[in-house]
Write a protein that binds this ligand. Sequence first.
Ligand code: ADP
Length: 386
Amino acid sequence: MLVLVINSGSSSLKYQVRDVAAGSVLTEGLIEKIGMGNGGGGDGEIEGPRDHSEALEQVDAAIHRELGELELGAVGHRVVHGGERFAEPVLIDNEITRAIERLNPLAPLHNPANVLGIRAITRKWPDMPQVAVFDTAFHRTLPEHAWRYAVPDELYTNHGIRRYGFHGTSHEYVTRRAAALLDLPVEEFDGVIAHLGNGASVTAIQGGCSVDTSMGFTPLEGLVMGTRSGDLDPSILVFLGRAGWTPEDIDTMLNRESGLKGLAGNNDMRSVVEASEAGDARAAMALAVTSYRLAKYIGGYHVAVGGAKALVFTAGIGENSHQFRGLVADRLAALGIELDAVLNGERSKEPRVISTAQSAIPVLVVPTDEEQAIAEATAAVVSSAG
Ligand code: ADP
């Protein structure tokens, strides 16, 4: 089955056409500046599509230019927030679209854009099966002691303030691949998955299910990321509010100006590692903070799962930065974890073990592929509905 995978943002639309069985990408692209057209079309002014429907026309034209006539079997949407309702991918109908829309307050930047993408497809191809794959769904198995914040109950009951977790599609996909690499049925896999990209989160897996994860009510909680702070004392926000910072100022600072960027002046791990190796003390400090925080989470999650059988690195940094993996592993010696320098330094696109034979548990690198995971989930939902 050919699946069109859509990741719809407020002003952009990312797409891939996937052959699910082959696991291959037939074509892909990104439409930007949606709704930012100036209408004048003057010299040098770029005019984007007017809205998501016009963007979809461009996607359709690009797909046909690249691939000629083809039969799409379904469309799979990456949807950021599935709230408490969605624990699995679902076939979209009007009721589901409205349910996703009702979750807008929980993900004000993302869910409205996802709904625009869904409605654009519905208008253009009314009979096309569409599936929503939620970033939060895999974490619906978190026990209450992991998802509760210790605040008055009313914040949860009236405002839905609890931990939801994100990156679930990637954590689930990587869990399955890691279990397969270790020759374990996924239901017997207990481990810790570190998804380290621009956004980063770590998940505790027990019996193949998510039992804790570092992102919370929003993707801001947890690890030090490219531009996000991760955990901090909430009183800092009160302090800044009293000093005259607006909610928007605080939001921008925490989500866009913090993390590696705030500490080292650069949000790109490769550049920070290079600067540190060239003797830049700020870069070295940023790496120390980032790796230390991750190691603390891994230690905690080792406890949460009752003894992990593996530690898994994935996403841009996890798959590519042997230096960062090394820094984290150095801090995990107390758990008996030991990397093999040669295996850690090798470059490969295949899932692999990078620890020594003596290491208390294996350390793995398992490449993630969220679009393939969405395409597979979409095909599975459509087949079982048909
Ligand atoms: P996103 O969350 O945007 O999908 P990615 O998973 O692509 O992010 O990860 C981006 C991060 O991966 C950046 O910090 C980048 O520097 C890092 N990265 C990518 N390739 C390498 C590499 N070869 N060495 C070190 N870091 C890398």
